[in-house]
Design a protein around this ligand. Sequence first.
Ligand code: C2E
Ligand code: MG
Ligand code: MG
Ligand code: MG
Length: 289
Amino acid sequence: RADTAMYQAKRSGRNTLYFYDPAMQAVLEARLQMETDLRLALEEKQFCLYYQPQVDNEGNVVGAEALIRWMCPTKGLIPPGDFIPLAEEAGLIVPIGNWVLNAACRKLKAWENSALTSRLQLAVNVSARQFHQDDFVRQVLDAIATNNVRRGSLKLELTESLILDNVDSAVEKMNALGDAGVRFSMDDFGTGYSSLSYLTQLPLHQLKIDQSFVHKMLDRSVNAVIVQTIIGMANNLEIEVIAEGVETMEQFRFLKDLGCPLFQGYHFGKPVPEKEFEKALSSSPRATS
Ligand code: C2E
Ligand code: MG
Ligand code: MG
Ligand code: MG
């Protein structure tokens, strides 16, 4: 059949095999269009960072996570889940990731110069493809140096799978950046396949408990056990631990009782544009009472 005839498309140096089918063709065209739009978005500075507070067990804001948004002139505000995977495949995550790093470091510098925000830490998400670039360490060091960022204030969020791709190389890069005062958090912790033995070998400062466990921990006791185990383990290993996706006071109380010291989630604040984040901080330094 003509519509299932195979053809080979050569794009960006890779050979990709496609089956011809009108529906698939439409999907493919939409992807190519989005790739073009993403390149334009970079040139025209259509990306921005939203900030979500991270709080201690009294609700004091101690930091934030920077989360990218795409302000598309035609489609409006697009969340990262809708474009980061394609940006990763197309390699565009490298320039986008570098933009994020520089924007975050600029913001950190601005905060450090302000009495209200001078002690805040800022966490930045890093994609596997970005991390595995040969010049990743240099890119981060450049962003830090250009903006004269204080030691200990920039935190990079890595995932388990990213580290497991090549543990030796990951550790080498983490150590090089750790020497420059960069901190590391393991994002979505508990969803991957990490063995406890290698956790102790990684230069990690923080484990971030995945929100799926937090959401279900009060309904399904197995999730409560997982959360309790992660908190206990982190406390014993002297690694900081933060719970992600805390949406209710009940979840906050439960986590606090388990000894969790740090929290992030809608209960304390959703990700918001920088102006709004800074305004919320100045009107109430405590995110909860
Ligand atoms: P993540 O790093 O695990 O970020 C947490 C996500 O959960 C964010 O979604 C955040 O808005 C959302 N969230 C926070 N608190 C709550 C809560 O209480 N309840 C619920 N239901 N959700 C909550 P967002 O901003 O859509 O980001 C999604 C993912 O996109 C991030 O997951 C991260 O993997 C990726 N991402 C975001 N910004 C960047 C970036 O600058 N670079 C890269 N490479 N990836 C990014
Ligand atoms: Mg994250
Ligand atoms: Mg996460
Ligand atoms: Mg996630």
